[in-house]
Design a protein around this ligand. Structure first.
Ligand SMILES: O=C(O)CCC(=O)C(=O)O
Ligand SMILES: [Fe+2]
Length: 328
């Protein structure tokens, strides 16, 4: 049997951002400043699970990834070609739902940072100009359960990186794990597809709302992570956390029927939310960000606004693309 390292599961909080939670803004800020990742309960503040399922269904089992620009709220930039061409209306509608959820999250961040509540959302208003928003339908091939892979060497499906934009939404499928985050202690931890407690845990601890974890099949929470740009904008108060995708080890902490997860292809969907191209990355006028800087508690970030000429979101994206791909 291949030797397998069992990773710890990242303790990423699950937050209700609907109007019924008066503490949503502060809870989101704390999670973003601590982990850079947060699960959003998929209730009325989320995206109908049927629409998410529809996205996974319409992309079919094509063994390829698709990138759809979502710069414009009403139509794709050019007629979509290929297998998804017939689904362009659904893709545009889903991108809009994703963008609306990102705006809701950005609204909470503005409130938590004591900014004008529309400080971020006006800078992400797609009716006002072009932006780098992308909907990406991802695909990672599987590998045999018996193939030996050296951890941290050849078990990598997508290399370590941080995202470029403001916030990313990530939709995963049950039975197809593999995402990991690098903690601030420098340790890789796995991100669950479903962070709700396992049935045995929930029955012994007594779920507050009386529901059982597995019965709640439809609405997986939506994973959200902070991108470099929001980290840059807040002088690294919000963390853009490094993550990657691996082949889960055969002994990963998975319960049947998901034991053979590495023998499953992984399909995921990411929505990368970006500000308007012309948005200037001036420091956010937040005393909370300033006090954070003054405390000197910030870590070396992805570059901070202070001490640099003002750049736009477009410049920032081009810088990141140039650094990654060596192109201008
Ligand atoms: O597929 C995943 O789970 C992660 C994808 C990702 O991190 C990315 O595309 O930036
Ligand atoms: Fe990513």
């Amino acid at each position: 049997m291949p030797s397998a390292t069992t990773r710890d599961t990242a303790q990423i909080p699950v937050i209700d951002i609907s109007d019924s939670n008066p503490d949503a803004a502060s809870q989101l800020l704390e999670a973003a400043a601590t982990y850079g990742f947060v699960f959003i309960k998929n209730n009325e503040a989320g995206i109908p699970p049927a629409e998410i399922d529809n996205m996974f269904e319409l992309r079919g089992d094509f063994k390829e990834a698709f990138n759809i620009s979502a710069s414009n709220p009403t139509k794709p930039p050019s007629p979509l070609s290929g297998p998804l061409a017939a689904n362009s209306a659904d893709l545009v509608a889903f991108s809009s739902a994703c963008h609306a959820l990102c705006e809701r999250i950005l609204h909470h961040f503005a409130v938590a940072l004591a900014l004008e509540s529309d400080w971020f959302t006006t800078r992400h208003d797609r009716s006002k100009g072009s932006s780098g928003n992308i909907l990406r339908l991802l695909y990672y091939p599987s590998i045999g359960d018996d193939v030996e892979l050296r951890p941290d060497e050849d078990d990598i499906r997508a290399g370590a990186h941080s995202d470029y934009g403001s916030v990313t939404l990530l939709f995963q499928r049950r039975g197809q794990p593999g995402l990991e985050i690098l903690t601030r202690q420098g340790k890789w931890e796995s991100v669950p597809v479903d962070p709700s407690p396992s049935p045995s845990l929930s029955s012994s601890s007594g779920d507050a709302d009386g529901s059982t974890a597995v019965a709640d099949a439809a609405a997986l929470p939506i994973l959200v992570n902070i991108g470099d740009l929001l980290s840059y904008w807040t002088n690294n108060l919000l963390k853009s956390t490094v993550h990657r995708v691996i082949f889960p080890s055969p002994n990963a902490n998975l319960t049947s029927p998901f034991k053979a997860a590495r023998a499953e292809d992984r399909y995921s969907i990411a929505y990368f939310c970006h500000p308007l191209d012309d948005a200037e990355l001036v420091p956010v006028p937040s005393r909370i960000v300033q006090e954070y800087r003054a405390d000197g508690v910030e870590e070396a970030g992805k570059g901070t606004v202070k001490g640099r000429a003002t750049i736009t979101a477009r410049d920032h994206l081009n810088e990141r693309l140039a650094a990654t791909y060596g192109v201008k």
